[in-house]
Design a protein around this ligand. Sequence first.
Ligand code: HEM
Length: 499
Amino acid sequence: MWTMRWDVLCIAFAGWFVAYAIQARRRAVLLPPGPRGLPFIGNALHLSLTDSFMQFRQWADCHGPLIYFHTFGREFVVVNDLKMALDLFDQRSGIYATKPRLVMAGELVGKEKTSMVFSKYNALHRKCRRIAHSWMNKQHVREYSWPLQEAASYRLLVSVLDNPANFSEAIRTNAGAVLLKALYGIECLPVDDPNINLSEHVCELTNEAAHPGRWLVDSFPVVRTCPNRHVVPWGHFKRWAAASRETTERLIRGPFNAVKDSMREGSAISCWVADTLLDEAKGAKTVDDIHAAMVAAGTLYAAGIDTTVSAIRMFWLMMVLHPDIQRKAQAEIDAVVGTQRLPTMEDREKLPYLNCIIKEVLRFGTIVPLMPHSLDVDDACTISLRPAIYHNPNTYPSPDEFRPERYLPHSGPVAAFDPEVIGFGLGRRTCVGEHFAQAIMFLNMAHTLAVFDLRPAKDANGVPRPPAVAWRGGHIRCVRVVVPSCPLWRISPFSLLTS
Ligand code: HEM
């Protein structure tokens, strides 16, 4: 009969441990520095469950431009240096174009197949990018988005006038309305639109699903085979994943299927999705093509709202906190555009100071703080950490100050490095929505400055209350201005809108 030989077992374990220690020591010589981890679990206990990128930033201050850490055998390399990030993700973008395996976000919630942002660099992704580019290229955005964006931005001004306390939500509705109309031909409600609420919910779920170190199953894929929570108490992650998957699919499929239904009934109105499905030349012929169009539209819709909303809310906050910068930008607009009309996209090149504000919002707000990529050949996760790059005092002196002047040609010995170069990503996974984002940010900011003075709200005694800000960390850093600023109109928006 088989009996347990404890002596053999102990010798085998000791052998494994010595081999592990020797291998770990050898690898440590080759690997970049990083926080010291424990055997096997690595740095799992160090990772913050809520704000991992601030954690990475602290590590960057201690360990330098390139950091290595691991959790349960999952390896991470964090790139904190501008030149290294350009070398790896731009120059060698061919081998860094894919995404690491994320069991929770990618597989259980299903984002690998329903979102361009999380998909591997494969045939589906390339097809989606081609379609997304046909909608979001410079010329198409100019022709089809600018008019929609201008109209939505006017509506934003009126909505803020009506209900200043609700400005934060109005900014969200504005961004969502343009995307819903352009992509799916859907008119959204002025407040509490179900599609827009759903997109916000999905963004929260995505942030949680993709949070580094949040889910055991990301380190131990085998955990996904465990029974659900009725059998083991920690099996509830499967229910969470299933519910998140269902919600995410509703966002991707709902508006797309509505377009398909209206096409079938012959009542479809022209929009980017309908035009693509109808236009044989654009290639939506096979089931795969139709799926790619659905994923491309759904990703643009989801990715486009949260990023631009975050940037525009950050702009409001900075204007309230820096009245001198606000006055300077208003003076520029008044001098170039006058006070009889609102700025248009054609004015953009003549407003250098406002353009510097947009750059500084992108740097200071760091809307997309970290984006994990991985090598074709292994699944180590390589993260370029924008907060560390954007707050490097060698590149941006006094990095914690909001100073748009730093990008002006004669602001110092040399103008600061343009944060837009890396702000929209690098290499083959760069942001497809950059032209759209630039236009919506410019129009919203220029119109707001032309019409309003943004000031802090006052308390019952008439004392200004500095706005309080809530950050939501994650793959998109979302700002919520809790105590609203109080927009006072300096020029009647109604007189401008009707002229
Ligand atoms: C201020 C606004 C925005 C910022 C800062 C921003 C930033 C980024 C960054 C850094 C990436 C690269 C991620 C990576 O390295 O994997 C990215 C990807 C992406 N962005 Fe944006 N973005 C913005 C607005 C938009 C808008 C308005 C849209 C769509 C309407 C959009 C759609 C996308 C998509 C689809 C991807 C995935 C591209 C791919 O993986 O091939 N973004 N964005």
